[in-house]
Design a protein around this ligand. Structure first.
Ligand SMILES: Nc1ncnc2c1ncn2[C@@H]1O[C@H](COP(=O)(O)OP(=O)(O)OP(=O)(O)O)[C@@H](O)[C@H]1O
Ligand SMILES: CC(=O)N[C@H]1[C@@H]2OC[C@@H](O2)[C@@H](O)[C@@H]1O[C@H](C)C(=O)O
Length: 385
């Protein structure tokens, strides 16, 4: 079946659209990647989304306008791929996360409170404009089952990237970082032993810092070159790493609500107090991403993996990748490209697979990764009128 997956992640850099040909069900699933494109958001729309993610208040009318604009941009991304592939049968659209609240659990001093996660860009509009059945709102079902609604990709990673004999960590470094730990498939009950959680900041703090340090003229540290010219302050890395999120056991999820502007302001104040240069500040923020990933593996995994596979935009940050490799010493750190799955489009591909599973009435979440009480079908199906 030809399926398009669409997502714009927490970096809000644009819509990743992937076209894949999927066959099989789960253990025998085959996914052939046929095409991938990134469609940058119009500058004004991106600015608005970032402001809303940073907590700017919206009236209901403004919320409706924003939802319309995002749905239209997502539909256009799909339509663009459909020009050369008119026989696409299904779209899985993650939409744009603008708010994410993890659930609160008994035992933390609170009564149970469900999570809440809002993705804009409604699927009904995408289905109508593309004349293609569209699955959207993937996180709601898992959240209703007391899960975080995130991360959802670990089940897809398990089927596409696990290995018969080696254990792997698939580490996405987007705005936020998240990991899927995949034991070797020869392990009895290997799927039950898959783990996943959000490791903390990926590029979100780095991107915001670059924006601040360049008066908005640059949006990210290309290849990590700027950070590579500095020296990390381990005094600050240790201080930041002692914060609650990094110590919290999985399942856990986070977003720009925590690792956003306010968090960065505190980091910049710490770095000014130590007279760090701009390069040292970026090196220290990059190191926080590296150390938080490695700390979470050492603290929460049953054992360190045999191999780490990176994906997401942060896998193109050469300094970050080098520091991860140095920190993990003998464990090889590669990208998913090197095992045949596009590192840039893996998340978009994952939402194509999740939509496909929804149409086959197969569950998409892994309760041990999201904290849900059970496996559930993910997503709402919208048929074109
Ligand atoms: N060549 C590069 N060098 C350094 N960083 C890069 C490079 N290319 C992309 N990035 C980083 O990757 C980010 C985009 O990553 P990606 O598209 O995976 O994020 P996302 O999907 O929005 O996030 P999430 O996975 O949290 O939802 C950019 O904002 C930038 O920080
Ligand atoms: C609420 C939300 O959009 N979460 C994203 C975000 O970006 C990375 C990390 O935080 C991950 O948990 C999740 O996305 C991926 C696609 C997931 O659900 O697996």
């Amino acid at each position: 079946m030809l399926v398009i997956g669409l997502i714009s992640g927490t970096s809000v850099d644009g819509i990743d659209a992937a076209l894949v040909d999927i066959s099989g069900t789960d253990t025998d699933i085959k996914v052939e990647f046929l095409a991938g494109e990134t469609y940058p958001y119009p500058a004004e729309l991106r600015k608005k989304i970032l402001a809303v993610c940073a907590g700017e208040a919206l009236s209901m009318a403004q919320l409706a306008e924003l939802d319309d604009a995002i749905a239209l941009t997502f539909a256009q991304a799909a339509q663009h791929l459909q020009i050369n592939h008119p026989s696409v049968e299904l779209i899985g659209s993650h939409g744009q996360t603008v708010y994410h609240r993890p659930p609160k659990r008994r035992g933390e001093g609170f009564p149970d409170t469900l999570g809440y996660s809002l993705q804009l860009g409604r699927g009904s509009v995408i289905a109508k404009l593309t004349q293609t059945p569209t699955v959207s709102n993937f996180r709601a079902g898992d959240i209703a089952a007391k899960g975080h609604g995130a991360p959802l990709v670990p089940r897809v990673d398990a089927y596409l990237l696990s290995h018969p004999h080696e254990s792997r960590c698939v580490q996405n470094i987007g705005g936020i970082g998240n990991v899927a730990y995949l034991p070797a498939r020869s392990h009895p009950h290997w799927l039950e032993k898959v783990r996943g959680w959000d490791t903390g900041p990926g590029n979100s703090l780095l991107d915001l810092a670059v924006h601040c340090l360049t008066d908005g003229t640059q949006t990210y540290d290309a290849d990590g070159n700027w950070a590579a010219s500095g020296t990390p302050s381990y005094t600050l890395v240790d201080k930041w790493l002692s914060q609650d999120y990094f110590q919290l056991p999985p399942p856990k999820s986070t977003g720009r609500e925590l690792f956003g502007w306010e968090y960065l302001q505190d980091c910049l104040a710490d770095s000014t107090a130590l007279n760090l240069s701009a390069a040292d500040t970026l090196a220290t923020l990059t190191e926080l991403t590296v150390v938080s990933i490695v700390h979470s593996y050492r603290t929460f995994l049953p054992q360190l993996p045999d191999r780490v596979l990176l994906c997401g935009g942060g896998s193109r940050n050469l300094y970050l990748k080098r520091r991860l490799q140095e920190s993990l010493a003998a464990i090889p750190v590669q990208t998913t490209d090197e095992v045949g799955l596009s590192a840039n489009f893996k998340e978009a591909i994952a939402f194509a697979v999740l939509a496909y599973w929804r149409m086959l009435n197969l569950p998409g979440n892994l309760p041990q990764a999201t904290g849900a009480t059970q496996q559930v079908l993910l997503g709402e199906v919208h048929l074109p009128m």
